[in-house]
Design a protein around this ligand. Structure first.
Ligand SMILES: [Zn+2]
Length: 536
C-alpha cells in the first residue's frame, strides 16, 4: 500500500546503445537457424468454433493491463470467466519473459511501452547515476512530478506506444493509470501520453486520484467522488479496482483509444509481502476478473468492444524468496578493493556502480572468492573499443548455455550507465540487508522466476485459442499490438509475434521462427536453472 515504503534501492547509470546486443542476436541466430524447426514449438489448443468468431473488424481501441509482478500461474487460479474468455478469443504465451535487466517496475513498464530494452529506452531500474554525476532515483514521487523520468525517456529518444499511436491518429487520446505506482504509470504512458494518473493520499488522508504534471485530465475525472477511497487502508483488491474505475471514468469522458493500466497489488503486497500465497492470489484474480468484466461492459456500452485489442501481462516475474544472501557480501568486496560504490541495488541480483570502475574486476573476483551460498555467477564490466561488455568472473559452476543466457540478459542494459559489477542469485534467492525485515518474494535479476511473465493478447485481429510456446518478450508486445492497428514501429527493438495474428504473412511467420530459434536457448537455459519451476 502507498503508506508503506519499500526502502531498499540505491543505484546508478549512464546511457548508450547496444551493438553487442544486436551482434549477439545475429550470432545466435546464425547458429540456431538450422534447428529452427525443432526449437520453434508452437501448438494450437482448443480452437474456437466458427460460431464464436467475431466478424473481422479493424481494431480501433487498445487496452493493456499490467498485473504488476503477477506469476503466470495466477491466471489459472480457478474460474475466471472474463479472463478465460479473453484467452479463448486470443493467444496465450506460456514461456513469455521480461527479457531485460533490471527486472523492476520502471524498466519493465518502459520496455513494454517503448518496445525496446533499457539500453535503448534509458530506464534501467529504480536508481542510477547518468554520466557519472546525474542521479536518477525514481522511488520518489518528486522524480516523476518534476519530469525527471520522462526527461530520461525523451533523451533516450525511443518511440512509445503513445507516440506512435498519436502520430498515426493525432486526435487519439492515450491514458495511463496506476494505483500507488506513479513509477509504473509514468513510463507506461511516457512523454506522449495525454493523461497519466495514479493514486496518493491527500492531506485529509483520503486516497485520491492525481495526475502527473503535464498529463492532467479534465477536472471532472479527478474530482469524481466515486473514485475516492476513504483512506489508504483499503481491503485487498480495493486499490486495483480504483485504478480500473479511474481508467474507465476517463474513458467515459474522453473516449481514449489507448488505455494502459498498471494493476499494483499482485506485486505489493501479494508477491513481496505474502510470497504469492495461493488463497490471496486467487481472491485478487477474482477481483481482477470482475474489473476486467467492468472494462468490457464499459466498452460494450460504447459500442467498441469488438474493435478492441486486450493485452494482459506483467512487468516482471516474482520469485519466492527462500534463500537470503547478505548485501554485505558485495559491500565488503567493494570496500576491500579500495574504492566506494556510487550506488548499489540489491534484489534477486546485486548491481554495483563503482566510483573507480577500473576496480570492477577486483571487486568481482573478491565476491567470487567469498563463495557465498546462492550466488550463481558474478560479472564485471569492461570497456573495449567495440563498446562495453561483461566478463564472467566466476561463481557456481554453470553451463555455457547458462552463461550465454546471462550474457543475453546483461546485453539488455549494457552501455555507459550499466552497473560495473553484477551478481546473479540462484533461483528463489535474493540479496537481503542484514537485520531488515525479510520479504517473501522478490525479482530484479535474470533467474527465471524474476523473468517469467503471463501474456495474453486477445481481440480484433488476434488469433483465437492458441497456446504459444514462443519465447515472447516484453519488448515484442508493442510492435505486435501496433501491427494490428496497421502501424509500423521504426525505432522499436522488439519483434512482431506473428503467431499472435489471425492472418500473419509468410514473411512475418518466418521472421518469428528465426528469432524464436535464437531466443529459445536463452529461455531453456534460464528454465533449466529453475528446479522449482520445472517441477511444477
Ligand atoms: Zn513491478
Amino acid at each position: 500500500m502507498p503508506s508503506r515504503v519499500l526502502s531498499r534501492r540505491r543505484a546508478v547509470y549512464r546511457v548508450s546503445f547496444s551493438l553487442i546486443f544486436a551482434a549477439f542476436l545475429v550470432l545466435s541466430t546464425s547458429v540456431a537457424v538450422g534447428v529452427a524447426t525443432t526449437l520453434h514449438q508452437m501448438s494450437v489448443a482448443t480452437p474456437a468454433s466458427a460460431a464464436d468468431a467475431p466478424p473481422p473488424v479493424d481494431p480501433k481501441y487498445l487496452v493493456i493491463l499490467v498485473l504488476d509482478g503477477a506469476e503466470p500461474g495466477y491466471l489459472r487460479l480457478g474460474s475466471l470467466p472474463n479472463l478465460d474468455a479473453l484467452r479463448r478469443n486470443g493467444v496465450e504465451y506460456d514461456r513469455a519473459f521480461a527479457g531485460i535487466l533490471e527486472s523492476e517496475t520502471p524498466a519493465g513498464h518502459a520496455t513494454l511501452s517503448t518496445g525496446s530494452t533499457p539500453a535503448h529506452d534509458g530506464l534501467l531500474g529504480f536508481n542510477w547515476i547518468r554520466n557519472d554525476n546525474d542521479a536518477v532515483r525514481l522511488f520518489d514521487p518528486s522524480a516523476i512530478r518534476s519530469g525527471q523520468l520522462e526527461r530520461v525517456m525523451q533523451e533516450a529518444g525511443a518511440p512509445t506506444i503513445a507516440s506512435i499511436f498519436k502520430a498515426g491518429h493525432p486526435r487519439a487520446k492515450v491514458v495511463a493509470v496506476s494505483g500507488h505506482k506513479y513509477y509504473a504509470a509514468d513510463p507506461l504512458g511516457g512523454p506522449a501520453a495525454d493523461y497519466i494518473l495514479y493514486y496518493a493520499p491527500d492531506p485529509k488522508g483520503h486516497y485520491v486520484p492525481t495526475a502527473v504534471p503535464g498529463h492532467v485530465p479534465p477536472a471532472s475525472i479527478l474530482n469524481d467522488p466515486s473514485l475516492i477511497g476513504p483512506n489508504v487502508s483499503l481491503p485487498p483488491g480495493g486499490e486495483d479496482t480504483l485504478a480500473v474505475k479511474l481508467a474507465m471514468a476517463a474513458f467515459r469522458k474522453v473516449h481514449q483509444q489507448v488505455t494502459l493500466i498498471n494493476i499494483p497489488e499482485f506485486d505489493w503486497p501479494l508477491g513481496h509481502v505474502y510470497g504469492g500465497e495461493t488463497d490471496r492470489a486467487r481472491a485478487l484474480m477474482q477481483d481482477f476478473d470482475r474489473d476486467l468484466g467492468f472494462i468490457e461492459k464499459t466498452y460494450r456500452r460504447a459500442g467498441v468492444l469488438n474493435k478492441t485489442v486486450f493485452v494482459v501481462t506483467a512487468d516482471h516475474g516474482m520469485a519466492p524468496l527462500k534463500y537470503q544472501v547478505p548485501d554485505s557480501v558485495m559491500d565488503d568486496a567493494v570496500a576491500a578493493s579500495g574504492t566506494t560504490s556510487l550506488e548499489t541495488t540489491y534484489s534477486t541480483a546485486g548491481y554495483v556502480w563503482l566510483q573507480d570502475s577500473t576496480r570492477a574486476q577486483i571487486v568481482a573476483g573478491d565476491i567470487v572468492n567469498k563463495r557465498a551460498a546462492h550466488i550463481q555467477s558474478v560479472y564485471y564490466k569492461v570497456t573495449r573499443s567495440s563498446g562495453d561488455a561483461y566478463v564472467h568472473a566466476g561463481g557456481m559452476p554453470i553451463s555455457p548455455q547458462v552463461d550465454r543466457a546471462n550474457q543475453y540478459m546483461l546485453q539488455s542494459f549494457i552501455g555507459g550507465n550499466a552497473p560495473d559489477v553484477v551478481a546473479f542469485c540462484t533461483e528463489d534467492a535474493a540479496f537481503v540487508t542484514t537485520g531488515a525485515a525479510s520479504w517473501k518474494g522478490n525479482h530484479g535479476g535474470a533467474a527465471w522466476g524474476s523473468q517469467h511473465i503471463p501474456l495474453i493478447m486477445s481481440g480484433a485481429g488476434v488469433v483465437h485459442g492458441r497456446i504459444s510456446h514462443a519465447p515472447a518478450r516484453l519488448e515484442d508486445i508493442a510492435p505486435t499490438v501496433l501491427s494490428l492497428f496497421r502501424m509500423s514501429t521504426p525505432g522499436m527493438q522488439g519483434s512482431l509475434l506473428a503467431d499472435a495474428l489471425a492472418n500473419p504473412s509468410r514473411t512475418q511467420t518466418r521472421a518469428q521462427r528465426t528469432l524464436d530459434a535464437a531466443l529459445s536457448p536463452v529461455v531453456d537455459a534460464l528454465r533449466s536453472e529453475s528446479q522449482s519451476e520445472l517441477s511444477q
